[in-house]
Design a protein around this ligand. Sequence first.
Ligand code: ADP
Ligand code: MG
Length: 627
Amino acid sequence: MQEKGTISIHTENIFPIIKKFLYSDNEIFLRELVSNAVDATQKIKRLATLGQYNGELGDITVEVAFDKDKKTITISDRGLGMTAEEIKKYINQIAFSGAAEFVEKFKDAKDANEIIGKFGLGFYSAFMVADKVEINTLSYQEGAAPARWTCDGSTEFEISAGDRKDRGTEITLFINADSEEFLDKWKLQGILDKYCKFLPVPIKFGTKTDSVEDGEEADGKKKWKSVEKDNIINTTSPIWTKSPNDLKDEDYLKFYKELYPMGEDPLFWIHLNVDYPFNLTGVLYFPKVKNDFEMQKNKIKLFSRQVFITDEVKDIVPEFLMLLHGVIDSPDIPLNVSRSFLQADSNVKKINSYITKKVADKLGELYKKDRKVYEEKWNDIGLFVKYGMISEDKFAEKGKDFALLKNTKGEYFTLPEYKEKVKAIQTDKNDQTVYLYATDVNKQDGFIQSANKKDYDVLVMDSPIDSHFIQHLEMKEEKTQLKRVDADVAEKLIEKEDSYANLLTEDQSKKVKEIFEKAISNATYSVDVAGLSPEEMPVTVTMDEFMRRMKDMAQMGGGMSFYGSLPDNYKVAINGNHPVIDKLLKTEDEEAQTKLAKQAFDLALLSQGMLTGKDLTAFVKRSVELI
Ligand code: ADP
Ligand code: MG
């Protein structure tokens, strides 16, 4: 048997294109050839189960080997093999309709995956690294003759009788001059680790040395000896393919370590398992979130039938869950098409909402099971939950049951619990419930204490996501408003009918205002005299909630540059009912009066950490004089 022919594609030479445009990703040739070998092995196993193959299965290990001198890489399997006819059918007739269109369309393709999968070019990816490829194969079918196919990278191929004695296929790549880097043990091991680590059939790559027990020494100590063992590079049944019932916590933790050897133990995990209406398995881990969370992003690995595809899962996993770690395996995700298509794909959408639901269910379950433990982990979980609630309405709906608010006393409340807690005392005369929060409990301590004195509760909102979460709460919680605890004096944070009357006359108030304006002599502070509790500080410096938020947003690049360009603008509230103000009015000497006002004002700044530099030095000096 000897036959020559032309591979049926309609353009003269496809291989230069494959080589040229796929160069950056050329290591995937090994993924393609090894997964073909695995597919062929799975097929023969299935045929055996179905009773359509009655021979011995034998050792079905797939083997990858290389020969530096001959410059070859071989991938061999004991799968179902091919007859010469089958080679012609499956290998020669590349399954795509218009090669001309192909060439046109993918001239500028950057991503090899895009082309390889779309046109079923899996096998042909071999030509990215090889000048010549040879197939030696023997079909499992009774009486089949071994066949050999060679192709030198042109569209010419040759089929002849082969000499293979046992069932299966061996692919030999004659590596081209540009790709000799692949003729290296560590290089190949690295690629196998990346793509083939969890394939369902054992894959051997050379041998490794192992120590095994070898009886005992005279003193009873164990003896060890080195043995050469097959280097099996993969785990054939990774945990995501198993039933959760058969797995213990240790198994999940061990797998996590296998994926991220440097990682700290995760907080908890979710085992995904659906087969309808799409197929998806996987394990997602919640890591401890660190500050540099960009580093922790993009850690989910995407597999298709246990073959690693990518760790770019941006469109499959909801954005807010990008911080999760772990694996997702689905044959239903179209891997080889453009991003925009992916976003529109209905399976991807379903998968996306399935994952969202699963994560929400898991969080709800953890919360119900042991609230104490959940609260302890809230610092880490909170980021996911808040981000999820902000970005996904469906998640926000579920999140109501397990999102927590923490107050300055370290107590935790669900959203309904908190409303219940503060409603009676913190509802203003317009029927708005006002939640108070601190972004820096140390700096805002004075304000927190004043609020607490009025029996107001203060929440801690100190993570970067909280400014968004605050807006989310205001939008979702009925008749609710959030104010930073230093947005005003405690008296005015929540406006009630029964605020204190100002004991000063109008003239006195005017006089006090003038004294302070003169003492401060800075236009960024606007002075206001009001009747507050005598318990309050004589002077308080605040920044309006609205103004502060706008400025914060401008700073974060939220497009509010108008506010960003305004100077900081502070309100100075003078407590007309404080004895110091009375003393001030009674002070005859103008210089002494200014000094006293300045002192009271500086104290207010000091309590907020706003007094620095020369002003601080002057304040200390003045204080010494006064005592
Ligand atoms: P795909 O794997 O997507 O079908 P490939 O180009 O990778 O596309 O392979 C084309 C076909 O060649 C396979 O479907 C299979 O029929 C056949 N084939 C490739 N490699 C082997 C192998 N090692 N053993 C048996 N058949 C193979
Ligand atoms: Mg293939």
